[in-house]
Design a binder for this molecule. Structure first.
Ligand code: HEC
Ligand code: HEC
Ligand code: HEC
Ligand code: HEC
Ligand code: HEC
Length: 347
């Protein structure tokens, strides 16, 4: 055989090269990857995010379980739509593509919520922040850097938040740079666009350029203690009260968004537990109907009644948290301490 003409040492790389060549030819034909860009709304077929995940391993993992992945299966959404009866909501919660003049609901893979193609596919082409550097493309790509780095992308659905952000941008003169949504909500990482999972894909990836890009895990749980976002100070007021000042340094409402049901509350915990005061107690500070606007600095007067029990003198830890019905976590936004030299509420 021809194969035996080569020295044993060269056989393995040669063999790999041979199969790699065949693989490339097959890839270039592209027929094997047509499903990645083929959409048929009538029959209800189209690419699923899991299809993308076999090459875009990191992006898929980050997106899984994030707010956007859950935008359809979210129990609060299900309830609010009367068990999916209300169809007008689908355009934003399961869009086919945001790269169209009018949003349309996807007819397939709805359980994936806002899926990869919702943000990336238009007319059989995958749009993203970069031109490609790969050897072969299983799907056509096209760079639209400005859009993918801009708040306008998020604003397609987060209409109210985007409008508030935009008025902040135009208001701030001399222009203080207001970050784009992505700069706060998607952390920076450096990587190639795809990741090799076997010998062939590893060879393919080795041609790809690394870029500084952003993590797809857009989720509020990552925003706890975000620096310079929300400030809180507290002092003992007259008339047996605690004065808490909350300042919203964000370029959007706190809590934000037209559809949000979240609210803010204050948790107060004595540094040393005391038999006459409970370990910690909580009081609401506002609700989603009365958010703190960007730049707002409001003082909230809190009495012993708010907590349902007196506060003895001593040092207390204050935590400002955001609660969301149906979510198991409270997001801690800011914290501070206060020393009460006199008790509040215990005559
Ligand atoms: C067989 C592997 C493979 C699959 C499956 C795949 N892609 Fe890709 N994708 C690539 C390669 C290779 C590139 C080019 C990367 C480069 O040149 O840096 C790319 C580029 C992209 C880009 C542009 C990236 C940038 O930096 O701007 C986007 C967006 C994208 N793919 C989205 C998707 C989506 C959405 C799916 C699923 C429907 C998908 N891809 C499925 C291999 C794949
Ligand atoms: C296709 C429409 C759409 C686009 C585009 C979009 N979002 Fe969302 N986003 C939603 C929906 C719908 C939800 C609510 C998911 C749910 O049910 O909890 C959401 C949730 C969120 C949340 C979590 C809110 C919460 O209460 O838990 C954040 C943060 C967020 N989006 C930020 C962004 C950012 C930043 C961008 C741009 C990079 C963006 N979104 C782009 C529709 C969109
Ligand atoms: C300076 C950083 C920063 C920028 C810029 C920013 N956000 Fe936020 N965002 C935060 C922080 C911190 C929170 C958590 C506090 C909160 O819940 O409001 C948050 C909360 C949110 C929430 C959840 C609101 C709620 O409470 O239910 C959404 C949705 C959101 N942002 C979307 C956006 C969008 C869309 C943009 C761009 C138009 C944007 N953000 C720009 C930092 C930022
Ligand atoms: C809510 C919209 C949204 C969704 C959903 C989304 N992306 Fe993205 N994607 C973006 C944005 C915005 C960027 C640009 C981030 C940056 O500047 O690096 C991006 C960048 C990318 C890139 C190029 C940067 C990189 O990480 O290499 C790839 C590839 C990509 N997305 C693939 C995917 C895949 C695969 C999925 C599904 C698992 C997905 N995207 C889901 C908005 C989205
Ligand atoms: C214009 C796009 C858009 C449409 C249309 C839309 N939503 Fe949403 N929805 C969002 C965004 C964006 C969020 C994320 C929170 C926010 O920014 O208000 C969201 C979040 C939600 C949430 C989660 C709230 C929370 O605090 O966890 C529920 C529930 C919800 N929407 C219900 C609905 C219902 C019901 C309809 C139809 C009557 C609907 N949405 C239509 C964009 C939309």
């Amino acid at each position: 055989m021809l194969y035996t003409l080569f020295p044993a040492r060269a056989r393995r790389p040669l063999c790999q090269f041979f199969f790699f060549g065949i693989f490339l030819i097959t890839l270039q034909g592209c027929t094997g990857f047509d499903h990645l860009t083929t959409v048929d709304p009538v029959r209800g077929v189209g690419p699923a995010s899991a299809d993308c995940g076999s090459c875009h391993v990191d992006q898929y993992r980050e997106w899984q379980g994030s707010a956007h992945n859950l935008s359809y299966t979210d129990p609060i959404y299900r309830e609010a739509t009367d068990d999916y009866d209300e169809k007008s909501c689908l355009a934003c919660h399961v869009p086919a593509s945001i790269r169209t003049d009018e949003l349309e609901a996807r007819t397939w893979s709805r359980h994936e919520g806002i899926s990869c193609i919702s943000c990336h596919l238009e007319q059989k082409t995958m749009y993203g922040p970069h031109d490609g550097s790969a050897l072969v493309y299983p799907h056509p790509i096209q760079a639209d850097t400005a859009f993918y780095r801009s708040s306008a992308l998020c604003g397609v659905c987060h209409e109210e938040t985007f409008a508030t952000w935009k008025s902040r941008v135009t208001m701030q003169r001399p222009a203080v740079r207001v970050p784009q949504c992505q700069q706060c909500h998607m952390q920076e990482v450096r990587r190639t666009s795809t990741r090799g999972t076997n010998i062939f894909s590893r060879m393919l990836v080795s041609f790809e350029q690394q870029h500084t890009v952003r993590n797809h895990r857009i989720d509020l749980t990552d925003m706890a203690g975000f620096p310079n976002a929300v400030q809180m100070t507290a002092e003992r007021g007259e008339n047996d009260s605690l004065l808490v000042r909350v300042t919203n340094l964000l370029p959007h409402n706190l809590p934000g968004g037209e559809y949000t049901q979240s609210s803010l509350s204050l948790i107060i915990t004595p540094e040393k537990s005391n038999p006459s005061s409970p370990l910690s107690s909580s009081t609401p500070l506002n609700n989603s109907d009365q958010p703190f606007a960007p730049g707002d600095s409001k003082q909230v007067v809190i009495t012993a009644d708010s907590f349902g029990s007196p506060l003895v003198s001593g040092k207390y830890l204050l935590q400002l948290v955001r609660n969301q019905p149906g979510k198991s976590y409270d997001l801690q936004l800011a914290q501070s301490t206060v020393i009460l030299d006199k008790a509040i509420g215990s005559k």
